[in-house]
Design a protein around this ligand. Structure first.
Ligand code: NAP
Length: 274
């Protein structure tokens, strides 16, 4: 059975650059996924013109049915999954006038809850020596620094559970609706809080792998691609999408004899302090 890699939100930006790299470096099938089949097939055609051979599967991380369809497909065709890169994400522009509570709900829905739902369905499929990369952001570190001491302590805890994290992320959205997020110790960035969620989720998932599947040598990390010229970050950003793909691809292709990094936050191929 072939090895298989899946990249979420990969019809453009950093995700597309990750797929391009994996097509060149990963020994196996590489799935470009997109919530919109038209945009996805267009991206596949673009890479085919470059002589590469990605495959396509639809995936909307906001849609549990779409996630389950991908899960069933991978189970049936490959008996599991070797590489999962959770790259799909959204960000409101700074100038966007959408009320903060709406931004909080929409941003958390995709970046945190959507990513978590993908993990819930696909992590059990990970094969021994598999790699999972959750694309977070340096903004998660700065946003953590702007949380109250009490929240910082919870997010840095080595014993926080996934349920407790979900409760905190849900509370953030509710607090913004009641306009009490400031008072409750949250920073003024929905994107930042969503990425705190992704980084902390990664730390929890790595711990769970240690506890439940130690012998399987699966490595799971969060990372920051850097500030990358995409539709999300705009043309002034310092890195090209190819440069942005470097750290996620490095983590996805760690050699089978590597015992780390695992459960870390990584940028520029370097483990950062959380
Ligand atoms: P981008 O160009 O806006 O691309 C985002 C991708 O995610 C698109 O393919 C988008 O699909 C997809 N997506 C959004 N919601 C989705 C959903 N519900 N289901 C499936 N796919 C979905 O952004 P990017 O800069 O490449 O960002 C990629 C990742 O890197 C994100 O997680 C982002 O937070 C992170 N990041 C970026 C930077 C940066 O400077 N660019 C810095 C730090 C972290 P559509 O085309 O359908 O919208």
């Amino acid at each position: 059975m072939s090895s298989v890699a899946v990249v979420t939100g990969s019809n453009k930006g950093i995700g597309l650059a990750i797929v391009r790299d994996l097509c060149k470096q990963f020994q196996g099938d590489v799935y470009l996924t997109s919530r919109d089949p038209g945009r996805g097939q267009e991206a596949v055609a673009k890479l085919r013109e470059e002589g590469l051979h990605p495959l396509f599967h639809q995936l909307d991380i906001d849609d549990p049915q779409s996630i389950r369809a991908l899960r069933d497909f991978l189970k049936e065709k490959y008996g599991g999954l070797n590489v999962l890169i959770n790259n799909a994400g959204i960000a409101f522009k700074v100038a966007d006038k959408t009320p903060f509570a709406v931004q909080a709900e929409v941003t958390l829905k995709t970046n945190f809850f959507g990513t978590r739902n993908v993990c819930t369905e696909l992590l059990p499929l990970m094969k021994p020596y598999g790699k999972v990369v959750n694309v977070s952001s340096m903004v998660s570190i700065s946003a953590l620094g702007s949380c109250s001491q009490e929240l910082q302590k919870k997010f840095r805890s080595d014993t926080i559970t996934e349920d407790e994290l979900v409760e905190l992320m849900t509370k953030f959205v509710e607090d913004t609706k009641k306009s009490v997020h400031d008072k409750e110790g949250w920073p003024n960035t929905a994107y930042g809080v969503s990425k705190i969620g992704v980084t902390v989720l990664s730390r929890i998932q790595a711990r769970m792998l240690n506890e439940k599947r130690k012998g399987d040598h699966i490595l799971l990390n969060a990372c920051c691609p850097g500030w990358v010229r995409t539709d999300m970050a705009g043309p002034k950003a310092t890195k090209s999408p190819e440069e942005g793909a470097d750290t996620p691809v490095y983590l996805a292709l760690l050699p089978s004899n590597a015992d780390g990094p695992h459960g870390q936050f990584v940028s520029d191929r370097t483990v950062r302090t959380w």
